[in-house]
Design a protein around this ligand. Structure first.
Ligand SMILES: [Zn+2]
Length: 261
């Protein structure tokens, strides 16, 4: 028995079977995972296995950690990694989960946890190596896959942003040309959003994105995956730039059971 377990552990995540119970969790909790092609779903499963093996999940504030929580969070985090030749959040050690919108100071970590300012964003915070989430916010973000709000996608976009050492609204893009495009396209869109809001005009990108360039990147990542058609129609360059980085075209995702027009 022990030897069998060891042999299973010794296999790389690529060759390890994905537990059927985890597939059920994906089917129940993660609509984005259900929209993927068969090939992408297999890739996502390999990433989830690697993520859960590598990261430490911890319940806080009386929250009891379980596989549903691990798999639901890992799946959405890993959707941001599909098709890209990248490590699985190499700087990230721990995901702390509170039952609901949490209080700032915790016993398990020294010092206060950074909480993002906007009320709508309570339940998320960040620090190097650490992601803090509130389970009620995770479930809210996950249950509606077309409302443009998803706290897990948002938080893990921040993780990608800081992988290059600075949290500046640009992840590691690999080439000078891509940085130039990114700065041009996201810079203009960000400035436009800020200007619109200052002028009291309506904007179709969440106002929280006007807080700072890192928040802009996180907010448009949510929109890219959850409102792709709208983003592509109204901000084609922004959509194309994100599609180039994420190597995905979420507009083509179809929720099983829904009809294509
Ligand atoms: Zn944020």
């Amino acid at each position: 028995m022990f030897r069998l377990f060891k042999r299973w552990l010794g296999r790389s995540p690529e060759s390890r079977p994905f537990p059927p119970e985890w597939s059920e969790i994906l089917d129940q909790n993660v609509p984005l995972a259900q929209m993927l092609s068969e090939t992408d779903r297999r890739e996502l499963e390999r990433l989830i296995l690697a993520f859960i093996e590598d990261k430490h999940f911890e319940g806080a504030g009386g929250f009891e950690m379980n596989d549903e929580v691990r798999v639901t969070i890992a799946a959405q985090a890993c959707i941001l990694l599909l098709h890209r030749d990248t490590a699985v959040y190499p700087d990230l050690d721990t995901i702390v989960v509170y039952p609901s919108t949490y209080v700032a100071r915790t016993k398990s970590f020294d010092g206060p946890v950074v909480i993002e300012g906007d009320v709508a964003r309570l339940g998320e915070s960040w620090e190097r190596g650490l992601v803090v989430l509130a389970w009620d916010a995770v479930r809210r973000g996950t249950s509606n896959v077309r409302d443009g709000h998803n706290v897990v996608l948002h938080e893990f976009a921040h993780q990608l942003d800081q992988e290059d050492g600075t949290m500046d609204g640009a992840p590691d893009l690999g080439s000078r040309a891509r940085y130039a495009t990114w700065a041009h396209v996201l810079g203009e869109e960000y400035a436009d959003l800020v200007e619109r809001l200052h002028a009291g005009r309506r904007a179709d990108i969440d106002a929280y994105g006007a807080t700072s360039p890192p928040e802009f990147f996180a907010v448009v990542t949510e929109m890219f995956f959850e409102k792709p058609a709208q983003l592509r129609a109204r901000h084609p360059e922004l959509y194309a730039t994100l599609a180039d980085f994420y190597q995905q075209d979420p507009e083509s995702f179809v929720l099983p059971g829904s009809r294509t027009p």
